[in-house]
Design a protein around this ligand. Structure first.
Ligand SMILES: *Cc1c(COP(=O)(O)O)cnc(C)c1O
Length: 398
């Protein structure tokens, strides 16, 4: 039976009159989350107190919820664990990856990667010493740049600006032929379209859950370690909850079993409860249906905007195979246009220098929403409604 997206739409609390095209940046609130967090606070923390670590299953949450995320990214059961934020998980995956390829000291990435991933790689290589380095090339040159000097290829599958996608299986074949390890960042992939980590030969993967998985601001990140690496992967952030036996309080670190070793410290239980409730929305969602409808909505938006707004230049690839679940347009006045759009109830976001970014997710966006967004954007462009001083004032977050 095809997925009923009117049913998933009813599972979200979206404000009246808003078309929310920014779920790729901060997913909206699923209705069940508030009650679930309240229950965790009042019944578990409030009543069980410290006993809740055992009695409410808090200590297992990072791996239990990790298995739920694993199902959405084509990962084996027992290969994903939750915790910390994505930047921390990038550090862990890079450090473990470098360690698996002795004698090589270069991390390869692309210039389109999200800055935090590049900064983390710079911080890690800087700490390891002058022999270590981060090399970046243009996104379309990554495949050719993988040679026998590269230890780790760190790629964010979906470009956060344009939505362009890398070829996961193809890069894995090349990287493995050259003896390198692949680290995928799935920030704009998990929950956006079907991901097949196991099938496509990923070594490590990381991602956040507050984008397409709707766990709320600061929701925990995930890390995937392929089963073939789990017993050899060395955790650089060797915290007590990644220890084989945390409550032995052994003064010497011994890595925990499997992916559990990528846990660091006390897990964020309230945020994990929010994520756990948010993941209920995905029960019964066929990711192939999600993909099909996502592409239909994107195509509707692209066709409508191109017909009505000739000044907006499409930045997203037209080829479906190279697309994620977002559509971006360029315009020199992109910031003011986005502010005007937001004030009219259509929420997307702006990425410097000139990108207007719109996320599409069939869980709560339908064809009527897209038609409304096109109509409002067309009016703003045709009547130059963006050309007002208040739309040029920049907030801390764009
Ligand atoms: C959103 C995003 C991040 C954010 O990292 P946090 O540690 O969660 O703030 C990092 N990398 C990529 C590729 C992202 O898209």
């Amino acid at each position: 039976m095809p997925t009923d997206f009117t049913a998933t739409k009813a599972m979200f609390d979206l404000p009246e009159g808003v078309v929310y095209l920014d779920g790729n940046s901060l997913g909206p609130l699923p209705r069940a989350v508030a009650a679930r967090v309240a229950q965790t606070v009042i019944a578990e923390w409030g009543q069980m107190l410290i006993r809740a670590w055992n009695e409410a299953g808090w200590m297992e949450m990072p791996s239990r919820v990790g298995d739920r995320v694993a199902r959405l990214i084509g990962a084996e059961t027992g290969s994903v664990v939750m915790g910390d934020t994505l930047s921390i998980k990038v550090w862990q995956a890079l450090a473990a990856g470098l360690d698996l390829v002795p004698g090589r000291r270069v991390i390869l990435s692309d210039t389109g990667n999200f800055p935090s991933d590049l900064y983390i790689a710079q911080g890690l290589t800087g700490m390891l010493g002058p022999e270590y380095s981060l090399k970046t090339v243009a996104p379309e040159e990554v495949a050719d740049a993988i040679d026998e000097t590269i230890a780790v290829v760190m790629i964010t599958e979906t470009d956060y600006r344009t939505g362009r996608r890398h070829d996961m299986a193809g890069l894995a074949r090349i990287a493995h032929a050259k003896g390198a390890v692949l680290v995928w960042d799935l920030a704009h992939s998990a929950g956006a379209f079907p991901v097949e980590l196991a099938r496509d030969g990923a070594d490590f993967a990381v991602g956040c859950t507050y984008k397409y998985l709707n766990s709320g601001p600061g929701g925990p990140a995930f890390i995937y370690v392929a089963p073939r690496h789990q017993e050899r992967a060395r955790p650089a952030l060797s915290g007590w909850l990644g220890h084989e036996s945390p409550f032995a309080f052994d003064p010497d670190y011994r890595p925990g079993r499997g992916v559990e070793r990528m846990r660091v410290g006390t897990p964020p239980i309230l945020q994990l409860a929010a994520l756990d409730a948010a993941l209920d929305v995905w029960e019964g969602v066929d990711l192939q249906d999600l993909r099909r409808v996502s592409l239909e909505l994107q195509d509707q938006f692209i066709a409508g905007v191109e017909a009505a707004c000739p000044d907006l230049i499409l930045a997203t690839p037209r080829d479906h195979a190279m697309r994620s679940s977002q559509v971006s347009f360029r315009h020199a006045e992109g910031y003011a246009i986005m502010q005007a759009l937001i004030s009219a109830g259509v929420i997307g976001d702006f990425r410097a220098p000139d990108i207007l970014r719109f996320g599409f997710t069939p869980l709560y966006i339908d064809r009527d929403d897209v038609a409304r967004a096109i109509e409002i954007l067309a009016r703003i462009m045709q009547d130059r409604l963006w050309d007002r001083p208040e739309f040029r004032i920049r907030g801390r977050v764009t």
